[in-house]
Write a protein that binds this ligand. Structure first.
Ligand code: SAH
Length: 394
């Protein structure tokens, strides 16, 4: 077995089970390792720390999967990890065959670099690590066997593929190919999901529980759903929540087309869709004197790197201030951030600042994260990325 020897004093995070070994922590490599190979991680004193998979092309040189020296990373290991992750989704009750769920959430499920989403009887698989990409034939065959999926689609994230030196292409992988969007049920609502062309793997499954809880605050309200994508929150507000009317805004015409189709699927007739840039739209709504009883803010990731956090917090601050400007006194603000680098505490203080600057009393009613099929791993807090605060602004 090839051995990766850590620099002195660099072993602590890995004893604490953080799964990413950066090139900067590595002293030397004993033996030969090709990309995707199994390697052992040893302390500078030569003691076994963990076992993982190697990638010379990534800043994450080794991804760790087991801390048990007696456990080989062989086919039955991967099969076992997948089976455990799937069993937990069944336990959660996320096994409605018409529904959708994240079956595998990377580090959260001890499978760093692998994401698997189930949409009805199709799977969307994202390999965000080269070691997972080279194991796709095994992983997909286990998944098909365990789920009975009719077809599997591969999706990639461009930035990540580059960082990992991946050469995967988006498209059908095996089974029956899809000839268009498919339909899923979430919280009793029908959503059409485009696995081939949609954002992420087609739908933002992480907000499932937040959509349902949010709906409970919106009865008879006039709601603004900013960054609506395919209408996730808008439909929950209109149909589940009994909102009076919803204005749904997104800058992507493609997303809005999906959202309009989804509104029709659910016979929701009180949602109006508008194509526009988020900040500009809020500014012009405020200038036009438009007011809402509730505003939902679910913007795209503002901070892609640690260095971008300061600017991102400024952008969140400004966005939330603009939202407060169109929010009636006593109105509900549902504000989210999916930037992993922006901590929960940072986000809270951003909100404190927005309250101070606008002289509004903001009550926090519920602080939420991603749905439980996106488990947050304590030893890898990078897996805690989604913040969703439900607030009231007096
Ligand atoms: N709330 C949605 C998910 C939102 S994802 C749901 O429940 O499914 C973020 C959305 O913001 C995407 O649909 C993207 O098209 C949109 N977006 C990105 N940049 C934007 C901008 N500057 N202005 C408006 N929308 C933007």
């Amino acid at each position: 077995m090839t051995r990766i020897i850590l620099k002195p004093h660099k072993a602590r995070p890995f004893y604490a089970r953080h799964p990413w070994v950066l090139d900067s922590a590595i002293e030397r490599i004993e033996g030969q390792a090709a990309d995707g190979d199994v390697v052992d991680l040893l302390s500078d004193k030569g003691k076994f720390v963990a076992r993982g998979l190697y990638n010379s092309r990534s800043r994450i040189r080794v991804r760790l999967y087991t801390w048990n020296a007696a456990e080989p990373l062989d086919d039955s290991f991967w099969r076992g990890r997948l089976a455990t992750a799937l069993q937990f989704r069944r336990q959660l009750g996320y096994d409605d065959p018409r529904g959708a769920a994240r079956l595998v959430f990377s580090e959260g499920d001890g499978l760093s670099g692998l994401i698997v989403d189930r949409y009805a009887d199709y799977l969307a698989v994202q390999a965000n690590a080269l070691a997972m990409a080279v194991r796709l034939p095994l992983i997909v065959s286990c998944l098909v066997e365990l789920t009975g999926a009719r077809g599997v689609v591969v999706r990639t994230e461009r930035g990540i593929s580059r960082a990992e030196g991946l050469e995967l292409r988006d498209g059908p992988y095996c089974g029956q190919a899809l000839d268009g969007p498919l339909e899923i049920l979430e919280n009793g609502l029908r959503y059409s999901v485009d696995l081939a062309e949609g954002q992420k793997t087609g739908f933002y499954l992480d907000q499932r529980e937040n959509r349902k809880i949010a709906a409970g605050y919106l009865r008879a309200y006039r709601v603004l759903d900013m960054f609506c994508y395919s209408g996730g929150f808008s439909l929950a507000a209109s149909v589940l929540g009994g909102a009076k009317e919803v204005l749904a805004v997104d800058s992507s015409a493609k997303a809005l087309a999906l959202a309009e189709a989804n509104a029709r699927l659910n016979s929701a007739t009180n949602i109006r869709f508008q194509c526009g840039e988020g900040f500009e739209t809020l500014e012009s709504l405020a200038a036009a004197g438009e007011r809402f009883d509730a505003v939902i803010l679910d913007p795209p990731k503002f901070a892609r790197t640690r260095g971008a956090v300061k600017d991102a917090l400024q952008a969140y601050h400004w966005l939330n201030r603009l939202a407060l400007a169109v929010l009636e006194p006593g109105g509900i603000l549902i504000t989210c951030s999916c930037s992993g680098h922006v901590s929960r505490e940072d986000f809270l203080y951003m909100l404190v600042g927005a309250a101070r600057q606008t002289r509004r009393d903001i009550q926090i009613l519920d602080t939420r994260g991603a749905a439980p099929d996106h488990p947050v791993l304590c030893s890898c807090l990078e897996s805690e990325y989604l913040k969703c605060f439900i607030c009231r602004a007096l």
